[in-house]
Design a protein around this ligand. Structure first.
Ligand code: ATP
Length: 601
């Protein structure tokens, strides 16, 4: 499917496109629904045939053609059976297709999200994505499972009926159609009303905002509790809820008059049919032909109300899913991080050449940075908070694309390296390691899905976490976060280091965590990391300068600029900022020692 082609389609047409290979199944369900609607109305016409036959032989029963009546009875029976079978099959296929579609859309979106720039996933978009992935996709699933086939049937039933009625008597058919036409025009004007699409969009925006606030409220619950801000945090949710109620209220008001007139006209066929039939009857000479026709119109005319009504409801529903499909497309249309070439580096030295990057137009986060790190070297990145350390490291992984300069690995510009390969040759241990709600084994296996259990254990031993895992209730099969099996921050980081051992990539980035700085854990992380660093190009974002004293190079970053570059010794002689940082570190260590001495007295 070409993206160009996808962009042109909207609503139901786009839904079929999203269904991919499953769209044939979906079309089959709709075709069966149309067939079932045809079968459903057969009885009306066979009854008409029987009445006509009986009237033709009125006063002379011997003239009745019983074979014809039996044929009508058999057609009616066949219609009933066909209706039962086709409507069952249509509903069953629609339900399975709906779940297939749900799966397809969610997988396409998950896939897409793994290729979108990290810059897209800010606080606000997280709530929106949650709404799209759950609410909008569910709405589409509901529409496909319950409404799409009904819509096909609702269109087909009145269509079949009207064609037949026109064939019988075009004048009465026109009279039957008149109130329906008036209602449809009223409803059409209601749906196409100026500002209707905006109102629909406003409703979705408002729901998105509400979901975002709930997600943020739940994520921030510990902070809310500690600062006793439950009421004010809840107030924001209440405000969002109120604006949602306001949009719903305005939508209801905008619909009130057209919808009321629509319902008033709908189903008034008898009002029109009665005078028209009396008029036509007064002019006919052939009662035997005309009476069953009038009877059929009286029988079928008001019956048109039900399928037409569901058709209108379906149209309103399909109008709603247009917005849901649009929102899914907004995510699917996000630009992807793509590689411009297919070059594979054969060595793993890293070079930054006049690199510039900013998140926003107002501030330069990385400002003209150049440095060279040899293959197998250990490189510390230090500097005041907010200086751009994490950003610099993330640029190597193309979490964001730089605006000026270039970054090379093994002499190849990283844009020229296939993105999957780039991810394979770099490992990143984040400050706050993300551990998934899964077994410990599977959490480590993320580093290499093909790995044997023995190599997973080996990686855990190297990361100094094997003993902790063994103490868990089910060892490596324990699901993290379930039944009170939690890991501490430091343990989580060691589990993340185990992943990196298993991945065994030639370039490693460690974002050192300050939060888990107890002596025992720090020593364990250092031990694990020293082992991991052998023969790899390593970047350590360090908060404790001790960690990187022996590094080949230390980059000192301040407000996005490279303030100093060299070894610990070189920087002590040449970089004032580094000297100050070392002095501050020493004061902190001395204070810690003094405090320990006081505690010991
Ligand atoms: N996703 C983002 N969008 C906009 N600005 C951001 C984003 N992430 C970071 N920044 C800003 O970029 C600057 C550098 O942040 P970065 O996290 O790289 O600094 P850091 O040196 O790693 O800080 P710390 O030592 O506190 O972790 C900061 O001013 C920060 O506010």
């Amino acid at each position: 499917m070409s993206r160009k082609k996808l962009k042109k389609k909207e609503g139901i047409a786009r839904l079929f496109e999203l269904a991919g290979a499953k769209k044939r199944k979906l079309s089959l369900a709709c075709a069966l629904a149309v067939l079932s609607s045809g079968a459903r109305i057969t009885a009306f016409f066979t009854i008409y045939g029987v009445v006509k036959e009986l009237l033709r032989s009125y006063g002379n029963p011997s003239q009745i053609n019983f074979n014809r009546i039996i044929a009508y009875a058999l057609i009616t029976l066949a219609g009933v059976i066909l209706y039962g079978v086709t409507s069952y099959l249509s509903s069953a296929i629609a339900h399975t297709s709906a779940y297939d579609l749900l799966y397809e859309i969610r997988m396409t979106m998950m896939n897409k999200m793994s290729r979108i720039s990290s810059g897209y996933f800010t606080g606000t978009t997280q709530g929106a994505i949650k709404k799209i992935m759950s609410d909008d996709v569910e709405e589409i699933e509901g529409f496909v499972a319950h409404n799409l086939c009904d819509l096909s049937a609702a269109v087909a039933t009145p269509l079949f009926t009207l064609v037949y009625l026109f064939a019988l008597d075009w004048r009465l058919a026109l009279v039957t159609l008149l109130p329906i036409l008036i209602s449809v025009i009223l409803l059409g004007s209601c749906l196409k009303q100026k500002g209707k699409a905006e109102l629909q969009k406003e409703m979705h925006d408002s729901m998105e905002k509400m979901t975002g606030t709930i997600v943020e409220y739940i994520h921030g619950m510990p902070v809310v509790k500690v600062f006793n801000r439950s009421l004010s945090a809840f107030k924001r949710y209440e405000d969002d809820l109120n604006s949602f109620v306001d949009v719903v209220d305005r939508t209801a008001k905008a619909n009130a008059i057209p919808m009321a007139s629509y319902y008033a006209f709908f189903g008034t066929q008898l009002l029109f049919l009665l005078p028209a039939s009396i008029l036509l009857m007064s002019k006919t000479t052939n009662y035997v032909y005309f009476l069953p026709v009038v009877l059929l119109f009286f029988l079928v005319g008001p019956g048109l109300k039900e399928p037409m009504e569901s058709m209108m409801n379906m149209m309103i529903m399909s109008n709603r899913i247009v917005e849901s499909v649009k929102r899914i497309d907004e995510v699917l249309d996000q630009p992807e991080i793509k590689s411009d070439g297919n070059q594979i580096p054969s060595s793993y030295d890293v070079a930054f050449e006049h690199v510039e990057f900013s998140y926003t137009e107002s501030a330069q986060t990385i400002d003209d940075i150049s440095f060279y790190a040899e293959q197998g070297s250990i490189n510390g990145i230090v500097g005041p908070s907010g200086g751009g350390k994490s950003t610099l490291a993330q640029l190597l992984l193309r979490f964001y694309d730089i605006q000026k300069g270039c970054i090379k690995i093994g002499g190849i510009e990283i844009r020229q390296i296939p993105i999957d390969h780039l991810m394979n040759i770099i490992s990143y241990v984040f400050q706050d390691s993300v551990i998934f709600h899964d077994t410990v084994e599977n959490n480590i296996r993320m580093g290499n899905t093909e790995a044997s259990f023995e190599s997973i254990q080996e990686a855990a031993k190297n990361a100094r976490i094997d003993d902790v895992i063994r103490r868990l209730p089910k060892g490596y099969q324990t699901v993290v976060g379930e039944k009170n099996t939690y890991l501490s921050g430091g343990e989580k980081q060691r589990l993340a280091i185990a992943r990196v051992f298993l991945k065994d990539s030639p370039i490693v980035i460690l974002d050192e965590a300050t939060a888990y700085a107890d002596a025992e854990n720090e020593a364990k992380i250092q031990e694990a990391f020293a082992k991991l660093s052998k023969n790899k190009t390593v970047f350590i974002i360090a908060h404790r300068l001790r960690t990187i004293e022996n590094a080949e190079h230390i980059l000192v970053l301040e407000q996005g600029k490279l303030n100093g570059f060299g070894t610990h010794k070189q920087l002590l002689n040449s970089c004032v900022l580094y000297q100050n940082m070392v002095a501050a570190n020493e004061r902190r260590d001395a204070w810690t020692i003094r405090r320990k001495e006081q505690e010991a007295i």
